[in-house]
Design a protein around this ligand. Structure first.
Ligand SMILES: [Mn+2]
Length: 375
């Protein structure tokens, strides 16, 4: 059979980091994405859709999103199976319990934190699953119950679960434990950045994000279209995102003449797709003035490369000449030498902290307001 696996859409997210107007625009993009997913299911001839939780960002769903969801489900003509996650748990007055009253005949929502099943006789498929009924589910329902007797149907799992740690509060289960149940396909949700299969055979997968929502979700997003039976399981990734977040690094040349032009040319030749949100990290060494100059050219660089959004992150060393500081016998040199192992560390986080520490120290010695550096 062929199914579409998605989840973790977090529709109606607050997007509070982006300001009220942009936030509404982003929520609109979320609805367009939902339409595209249903369209994709139809185009690809999917016989079922599995939504493995966190379809919505919270239990409150806007009227626009609700109306769209209902009409898409009604017109889909295939079973839509949902396992509510930690962000959109099934509870009294939650979106899912309210929508039950609409009696959408092809919508199947798990509503208990005990293991449940839905049987689809025409497809000869049984879908196992459960619901988060609060924001946490300390124990995975699969691990405390005996599976009902086999009825000969193809066994699928649709669930929000965490395979990364047994101590997780989000229905923890290891890949080894999961493999023992013999599901032909386990459609998982919760970990957004894992598009690769979890097991060797590719029968256990996280859906991954369908469209990035921040710089925590880098790259293009999409859904899985899965062909599965007892003998084989093939999943193909279909990109559906109309925008994507990317990050890149530019190491400043020692000659900083025309530096903004050089950066603009560099970013342009990376030819990012339309709708790109880019975080450009500048590294190397530069004086305060050069960094200021680069930052003030942000809008120019963005426009030139046709980006939707650009932010420049300053990771430069505040040095005109590191060698000079190294030999400096004053406090400046002493601080530099002290921080040097961390400044040249391969650990990006450690390096970043050391750079910030050096900037604060040099700024304080110069009698400046250190908060200007932190900003
Ligand atoms: Mn989640």
């Amino acid at each position: 059979m062929r199914l579409l696996h998605t989840g973790d859409l977090h529709l109606d997210s607050a997007f509070s980091a982006f300001g009220a107007r942009d936030a509404e625009k982003y929520r609109e993009l979320g609805r367009t994405l939902l339409e595209n997913i249903f369209e994709c299911a139809e185009r690809e001839g999917c016989q079922m859709m599995l939504i493995s939780g966190d379809l919505f960002d919270s239990k409150y769903v806007s009227n626009d999103t609700r109306a769209l969801f209902v009409s898409l489900v009604k017109n889909a003509g295939i079973p839509i199976v949902i396992s509510p996650g930690n962000h959109d748990p099934y509870s009294e007055n939650s979106f899912y319990s309210v929508i039950e009253r609409e009696k959408l005949e092809n919508l199947y929502v798990f509503n208990s934190s005990d293991l449940q099943t839905f049987d689809f006789d025409e497809l000869r498929v049984r879908v196992f699953g459960y619901a988060f009924t609060t924001a946490v589910l300390n124990e995975n329902p699969l691990l405390r119950e005996v599976l009902p007797e086999d009825n000969g149907y193809l066994k699928l799992l649709c669930a929000h679960a965490d395979t990364s740690s047994p101590l997780s509060r989000y229905a923890p289960i290891s890949v080894t434990e999961l493999s023992r149940f013999g599901f032909a396909y386990s459609a998982l949700g919760h970990i957004h950045n894992r598009e690769d299969k979890e097991d060797r055979e590719g029968r256990i997968r996280y859906c991954g994000f369908a469209e990035g929502r921040s710089f925590d979700e880098l790259g293009e997003g999409g859904v899985f279209v899965v062909d599965v039976d007892e003998y084989s399981c093939e999943a193909k990734r279909i990109v559906l995102s109309s925008r994507a977040f990317f990050a890149c690094e530019y190491n400043l040349p020692s000659d900083t003449a025309d530096v903004t032009k050089k950066i603009a040319a560099y970013v342009k030749q990376l030819s990012y797709p339309q709708g790109t949100y880019l975080r450009l990290k500048i590294t190397g060494s530069a004086d305060v003035q050069t960094v200021k100059e680069i930052k003030s050219a942000t809008e120019l660089i963005r426009e030139d490369a046709g980006l939707e959004y650009l932010e420049i992150e300053d990771l430069t060393l505040p040095l005109y000449d590191g060698k000079y500081l190294e030999k400096d016998v004053t406090l400046r040199g002493e601080i530099y030498r002290l921080l040097l192992p961390s400044l040249t560390s391969a650990d990006a986080e450690e390096k970043q902290k050391a750079i910030l520490a050096l900037k604060i120290a040099l700024s304080a010695i110069d009698g400046n307001n250190v908060f200007d550096v932190v900003k």
